[in-house]
Ligand binder design. Structure first.
Ligand code: ADP
Ligand code: MG
Length: 286
C-alpha cells in the first residue's frame, strides 16, 4: 500500500449527493487471489437478478474472469472499464447484457493493469469509479435503472481496489475456509478504515462470505468462530456441496443461470441474495 498511501492524503473526499433511487454499491474485495470474489460476484449477481433486482457487475480485475464467466467474448469488450476509468467513456457505454435477465456487466480487459501507472498522481484518481457510477442512473429510463452494482476487485490493494472502496456503500469479503484465512484480513480491514477516514466516510463492512465452507469439517467451524470473534461481522456461508462436481457448480467458466442449475449450491446463493438485501436495508437506515 506504500505507493498508494499518498492517494489517501491528496484526495479529500467531496461528498457526492446521490439521487434517492441510486443503486446500492457493493465491492467483493480481498487481496488474496482464489478466495471466491469472482464466483461470489457472478452467483450473487445472478441470484439478485433472479429475485427481481436490476444488477450491474463492474469487472475491475484485469484478468476479466467475471466477464469471461458471464460469457462476454473478448471481441465484445471494445469499450471496457479501462476506457471508463481513463475518462474516455461513460460507464453506460461499456455495459453489455448477459444471458441472465436483469444482469449486465461492464467488462474488463488486460489494459486495466496499466491504469495505475497511467493515472500517476492525477488529482481525484481514487474517485474515477465513484463518479462514473454516480452518472450511471441519471437520464436512464426508469426500467433500466440499476438497483445493485457489484464490483469484482482484483487480488490486490491497489488503486483499482481503492477506487472500488471509494465508490462503495459496503464491502463483502469472500474468505476461504482455510488455515490462514484470517491472515491478511487485518490488512484489508486497515485499508477499509483508511478509506473510511479519508475517501469515503459512508463505507461499511457488509459481511464475510465464507467460501468453501463445510459444516462437517472442524476447520470450517473454527474459521467461523474466529471471524465472529475477530470482527463481529455478519457471516454467510456459500458451501458448494461435496456431491456436486465443481464443473457443475455455480461458478464461472460457463455462463451461470441460477434457475437452471440443478444443484443445491444455487440455493446457497439465493439465500445469500435474500439476506444481502435485508442487511443492505439495515445498513442504509443507519
Ligand atoms: P477470486 O476471484 O477471489 O480469485 P474465484 O472466484 O476465481 O476467486 O474462485 C477460485 C476458485 O474457488 C474457483 O475454482 C471457484 O470455483 C472456487 N470457489 C469459489 N467459491 C466457492 C464456494 N463457495 N465453494 C466452493 N468453491 C468455490
Ligand atoms: Mg477474481
Amino acid at each position: 500500500m506504500t505507493e498508494n498511501s499518498q492517494v489517501f492524503q491528496e484526495d479529500t473526499a467531496p461528498k457526492v449527493a446521490r439521487a434517492p433511487g441510486h443503486p446500492r454499491i457493493l465491492s467483493l474485495a480481498n487481496q488474496k487471489g482464489g478466495v471466491g470474489k469472482t464466483t461470489t460476484a457472478i452467483n450473487l449477481g445472478t441470484a439478485l437478478a433472479a429475485i427481481g433486482e436490476r444488477v450491474l457487475i463492474v469487472d475491475l480485475d484485469p484478468q476479466g474472469n467475471a466477464s469471461t464467466g458471464l460469457g462476454i467474448d473478448r471481441r465484445n469488450r471494445s469499450c471496457s472499464t479501462y476506457d471508463v476509468l481513463i475518462g474516455e467513456a461513460p460507464l453506460r457505454e461499456s455495459v453489455v447484457p448477459t444471458a441472465v435477465p436483469r444482469l449486465h456487466i461492464a467488462p474488463s480487459t488486460m489494459d486495466l493493469s496499466g491504469l495505475e501507472l497511467e493515472l500517476g498522481t492525477t488529482p481525484g484518481r481514487a474517485f474515477r469509479l465513484r463518479d462514473a457510477i454516480a452518472a450511471l442512473n441519471s437520464n436512464a429510463a426508469d426500467d433500466s435503472d440499476y438497483t445493485y452494482v457489484l464490483i469484482d476487485c482484483p487480488p490486490s490493494l491497489n488503486l483499482l481496489t481503492v477506487n472500488a472502496m471509494a465508490a462503495s456503500d459496503a464491502i463483502l469479503v469472500p474468505l476461504q475456509c482455510e488455515f490462514f484465512a484470517l491472515e491478511g484480513l487485518s490488512q484489508l480491514l486497515q485499508t477499509v478504515e483508511q478509506v473510511r477516514t479519508t475517501l469515503n466516510p459512508n463505507l461499511s463492512i457488509h459481511g464475510i462470505v465464507l467460501t468453501m465452507f463445510d459444516s462437517r469439517n472442524n476447520l470450517s467451524n473454527q474459521v467461523v468462530a474466529d471471524v465472529r470473534q475477530f470482527m463481529g461481522a455478519k457471516v454467510y456461508d456459500t458451501m458448494i456441496p461435496r456431491n456436486v462436481r465443481i464443473s457443475e457448480a455455480p461458478s464461472y467458466g460457463k455462463p451461470v443461470l441460477v434457475y437452471d442449475l440443478k444443484c443445491v449450491g444455487s440455493e446457497a446463493y439465493l439465500k445469500l441474495a435474500t439476506e444481502v438485501i435485508q442487511r443492505e436495508r439495515e445498513l442504509k437506515t443507519h
